[in-house]
Ligand binder design. Sequence first.
Ligand code: FES
Length: 147
Amino acid sequence: MYDGVYSEEVMDHFTNPRNVGEIENASGVGTVGNAKCGDIMRIFLDIDENHVIRDVKFKTFGCGAAVASSSMATEMVKGRTIDEALQITNKAVTKALGGLPQVKLHCSLLAEQAIHAALWDYAEKNGVAIEGLKKPKSDIGDHEDSE
Ligand code: FES
């Protein structure tokens, strides 16, 4: 069981986050918040004609675990197809970060859901259906049972 101390990966991605910023004219933009903690995450995706995520950026107004989760999640979806990106769950992000304290698991869910929201936006803008993608909530505060 994880004892509540942040892993080296979390500290690394928090102090040196990858893919921070915005993408102008992004293919899809997703914003998700958690009303309980007040944190907000926005993900920008640049998707090419082969449905490959060419670039991804994020802006997170939130805790260190949320910043680290966004950074790791963006690294994990970059260069992947939409279908591959959909398979990247908050559990996978948490694992790649070397674990998160129990009370911080929802922070990684924010990253997963922000990516889904950006994919949803892309699908709507382009009139395409993404199999397995559910309409994301803009506030994940109601379902924190992500484990
Ligand atoms: Fe809310 Fe981390 S405490 S996202």
